[in-house]
Design a protein around this ligand. Structure first.
Ligand SMILES: Cc1ncc(COP(=O)(O)O)c(C=O)c1O
Length: 360
């Protein structure tokens, strides 16, 4: 099959760029002597996770138990759910999975530790645990000065094994000013190290120290205490990362291929991909590549509303295929069943996005 034969809207990945992105991050981690545990919430494709593992990654991160189940069924046997798992229904699934693979979860609550311990003991399994530390994002995670107490609870709970400490500094990649990003990353590192010290003060060896998002990992990884990196978006990259100098347009491996489905004036047209395809996240629109003057300014579910500027007004034709780099790639990928991997003009791979849509 050729690229020209792909029906739209479709996710199209340049396999060469994907492989380079995977290798670049793997060699970055290797060079610093860190373990790379990539977050596969970005692509949700077992084959791509295996490419990351072949390039040297030590296990993977997922965000959902359902994603872990899919990856495990495809033979991936070392998975960290970098998220809290709460509730009886999920815990029953969790222990079934822990019987089969090396599995860890994040915790930020002593009651959750107790419940996890109880179900693991009853099932006769041992579950790995990372103490989740809030390093400034204020989403999940304990304050650094509570990390020691929580680690002690984990160590004292039969059925659980303390694997390490994790903090996710996603917020630190947000600001557009590099100075502000650096300040927030350094503050996240400081708070993570405070948590590590708090654990050591209780005579406990914290084990792995895991951090890193694609926008921040190049700086957070330089901290000696950090031993594991968990970036996700770097495999594909997106416009969010381009704006933050963590990627370049040419290192964006994934594009959404669309077709101009209506052109009733030279000022505007409509493409066949709207919010259903792109998932408008962070309030920002995808960016057209290859044709100047093409700007999405609005979505309805099945339409992208496009403004045509300058030459584009006369150059863009009905039926023309336009490619866009998503602003935030992860939720966009989650909208599609398949990804086409292209090498030159040819479709070399058709990957099922097997872990898409996993809510639980
Ligand atoms: C806990 C955690 N770790 C790692 C990642 C990967 O970060 P990014 O996709 O920004 O590279 C995420 C992304 O949401 C996350 O929530």
């Amino acid at each position: 099959m050729y690229r020209d034969e792909i029906d739209t809207p479709a996710l199209v990945v340049d396999v060469g760029v994907l492989r380079r992105n995977i290798e670049d991050m793997a060699s970055f981690a290797r060079g610093l002597g860190k373990r790379l545990r990539p977050h596969v919430k970005t692509h949700k494709v077992p084959e791509i996770a295996k490419m990351q593992l072949s390039a040297g990654a030590g296990g993977i991160c997922v965000q959902k138990l359902g994603e872990a189940e899919v990856m495990a069924a495809e033979g991936i046997d070392d998975i960290f759910i970098s998220n809290e798992v709460v509730g009886a229904q999920k815990m029953a699934r969790l222990v079934r999975l822990a019987e089969k693979i090396e599995l860890s979860v994040a915790v930020d609550d002593p009651q959750n530790v107790q419940e996890l311990g109880r179900v693991c003991r009853e099932a006769g399994v041992e579950l790995g645990v990372y103490v989740d530390v809030d390093s400034g994002m204020h989403r999940t995670g304990v304050e650094p000065d509570k990390a020691g107490l929580l680690a002690e609870a984990v160590v004292g709970t039969e059925g659980l094994k303390l694997v390490g400490v994790m903090s996710y500094e996603g917020h630190a990649g947000g600001p557009l000013e590099p100075e502000e990003r650096r300040r927030l990353i350094d503050e996240s590192i400081r708070l993570t190290i405070e948590a590590v010290k708090d654990i050591r003060r209780r005579g406990i060896e914290p084990g792995i120290v895991s951090m890193g998002s694609s926008a921040t990992v190049r700086r957070s990884a330089t901290c000696e205490e950090v031993t594991e990196l968990q970036p996700g978006m770097y495999v594909f990259n997106d416009w969010y990362l381009v704006e933050r100098e963590a990627a370049k347009p040419e290192t964006c491996a994934l594009k959404v291929l669309t077709t101009v489905m209506s052109k009733t004036s030279n000022e505007r047209c409509a493409i066949d991909a709207g919010s259903k395809a792109f998932h408008l996240d962070m309030g920002r629109y995808p960016v057209c590549v290859g044709v100047e003057g093409v700007e999405i300014y609005k979505f309805s579910e099945e339409h992208g509303w496009v403004r045509l500027k300058g030459d584009a007004g006369s150059r863009v034709k009905l039926g023309e295929r336009l490619s866009f780099i998503p602003y935030h790639v992860c939720p966009c990928v989650n909208q599609f069943d398949i990804i086409y991997g292209v090498e030159g003009d040819r479709v070399a791979y058709v990957w099922q996005v097997k872990a898409r849509g996993k809510m639980t």
